[in-house]
Design a protein around this ligand. Structure first.
Ligand SMILES: NC(=O)c1ccc[n+]([C@@H]2O[C@H](COP(=O)([O-])OP(=O)(O)OC[C@H]3O[C@@H](n4cnc5c(N)ncnc54)[C@H](O)[C@@H]3O)[C@@H](O)[C@H]2O)c1
Ligand SMILES: O=P(O)(O)OC[C@H](O)CO
Length: 323
C-alpha cells in the first residue's frame, strides 16, 4: 500500500482508544468512532499523556467513517450487533471484543457473518490490558481469519516492535479463548476473594484450559489454539492481574458481595457476566462438560454461594489428568 493505511476503530472505550493509539503508532491514519466524543474515556487509558490528548493522526467523531482499509470493532460484545448495523461494509472487519452474544449464543464472527456475508472477517484477541497497550508497553496478541494469508496481511497493518500481532487461521479457537477466559477470571477472582489460596487458583486455571480446549474442539476450533496467546496467555493475565474487571468482579463475589451489587460497582464492562450463561448453554448443546463455567453461571445468578461453588468443584471425581 503506498498511502498510509486508513484504520477505523469503532468504539472509544478503553480498548478502542488503546487500539486507535496502536494503529497510529503503526503509521495509520485513524478514525475513532465514539458514541459521545465529549464523554469518551481516554483519560482512563492514557494517564501518561499530557492532557490526555490523542495524537493528530487520530480523528474522533460520532459519525461512522465511510472509507477505510481496515475496521476494528472494539465495543462490548452485547452491543456488537447494534453498533455493527451502522458500519459500512467497505473493508475487512476485525472484532476486538471478547464474549458470546447472550440472546443468541453466537460468537462475534458469527454475529458479523450474519450481517456482512461478503466481507473479510477476523478476530483480534490476547493478553492485553488496554492501559498498557495505550502506554506503548510491550504486548502480543493474535489476529485470526479463516484465510491465513489474509490474517498475516491485516496483522501487519497494526504490528509494531512493541505490539506483536501473530496471525492464526483458527478464528473459532481464538474466539472461544477470548470469551471463556473472562468467565474463568471471575472464578479465579472468587477463589482469591474467598481465601481459598493460590494453589486452588493455579489448579482452577490449569483445569479450565482442558475445559476450554474441549469446548473449542466441539465448536470446530483447534485445541492447540488454547495453548496460545488467546488461551493460556489471556487466562494468565486475566486470572492474576488485579486490573482485570472480570477478576475484580469475582474477587468481590468471593468476599461475599452479591453478584449484582459487585457488577454495579465495577467501572467498565465485565464480559464474563453475560457470557457465562451463554457459553454454558452452548456447551450443553454440544454435549461438553464445563464445570467451571457452570459453577460461575450459578454464582452470578445467586443460586449458589461460594461454599457451594467450591464444594461443587472439589467433589468432582479425580480421574486421569489427560483422560
Ligand atoms: N479494556 C481492556 O483492557 C480490553 C482489552 C482487550 C479486549 N477488550 C474487550 O474490548 C471490548 C470493549 O471493552 P472496553 O474495555 O473498551 O469497554 P469499556 O468498559 O471501556 O467501555 C465500554 C464502551 O461501551 C460503550 N457502551 C456502553 N453502553 C453502550 C450501549 N448501550 N451501546 C453502545 N455502546 C455502549 C461505551 O460508550 C464505551 O465505549 C470488550 O469485549 C472487552 O472484553 C478490553
Ligand atoms: O478487564 P478485563 O477482565 O475485561 O480484561 C481485559 C482484557 O481482556 C485482558 O486481555
Amino acid at each position: 500500500m503506498t498511502h498510509s493505511a486508513r484504520i477505523a476503530v469503532i468504539g472509544a472505550g478503553a480498548w478502542g482508544t488503546a487500539l486507535a493509539l496502536q494503529a497510529a503508532r503503526a503509521g495509520a491514519e485513524v478514525s475513532l468512532w465514539a458514541r459521545n466524543p465529549a464523554t469518551m474515556s481516554a483519560g482512563r487509558v492514557m494517564p501518561r499523556l499530557p492532557g490526555h490528548a490523542l495524537p493528530p493522526r487520530i480523528t474522533v467523531s460520532d459519525v461512522m467513517p465511510r472509507q477505510a482499509d481496515l475496521i476494528l470493532l472494539a465495543c462490548p460484545m452485547q452491543h456488537l450487533r447494534t453498533i455493527a448495523r451502522n458500519v459500512p461494509p467497505c473493508a475487512p472487519l476485525i472484532a476486538c471484543c471478547k464474549g458470546v452474544e447472550e440472546t443468541t449464543g453466537l460468537l462475534p464472527l458469527q454475529v458479523l457473518g450474519e450481517m456482512f456475508p461478503h466481507s473479510v472477517l477476523g478476530i483480534l484477541s490476547g493478553p492485553n490490558f488496554a492501559h498498557e497497550v495505550a502506554a506503548g508497553l510491550p504486548a502480543a496478541a493474535v489476529l485470526a481469519c479463516t484465510d491465513r494469508t489474509q490474517a498475516r496481511r491485516l496483522a501487519d497493518l497494526l504490528t509494531t516492535p512493541a505490539f506483536r500481532l501473530y496471525a492464526s487461521d483458527d478464528p473459532t479457537g481464538v474466539q472461544v479463548g477470548g470469551a471463556a477466559k473472562n468467565v474463568v477470571a471471575i472464578a479465579a477472582g472468587a477463589t482469591i476473594g474467598a481465601k481459598l489460596g493460590e494453589n486452588a487458583r493455579a489448579a482452577l486455571i490449569t483445569r479450565s484450559i482442558a475445559e476450554l480446549s474441549r469446548l473449542s474442539h466441539a465448536l470446530g476450533g483447534r485445541p492447540e489454539t488454547l495453548s496460545g496467546l488467546a488461551g493460556i496467555g489471556d487466562l494468565l493475565l486475566t486470572c492474576t492481574g488485579a486490573a482485570s474487571r472480570n477478576y475484580r468482579l469475582g474477587l468481590a463475589i468471593g468476599q461475599g458481595t452479591p453478584a449484582q451489587q459487585a457488577a454495579d460497582a465495577l467501572e467498565g464492562v465485565a464480559e464474563g457476566r453475560a457470557t457465562a450463561p451463554a457459553l454454558l448453554r452452548l456447551a450443553r448443546q454440544h454435549g461438553v462438560s464445563t464445570p467451571v463455567i457452570a459453577t460461575v453461571t450459578s454464582l452470578l445468578a445467586g443460586t449458589i454461594d461460594m461454599e457451594d461453588a467450591s464444594q461443587l468443584l472439589l467433589s468432582r471425581p479425580v480421574g486421569h489428568e489427560f483422560a
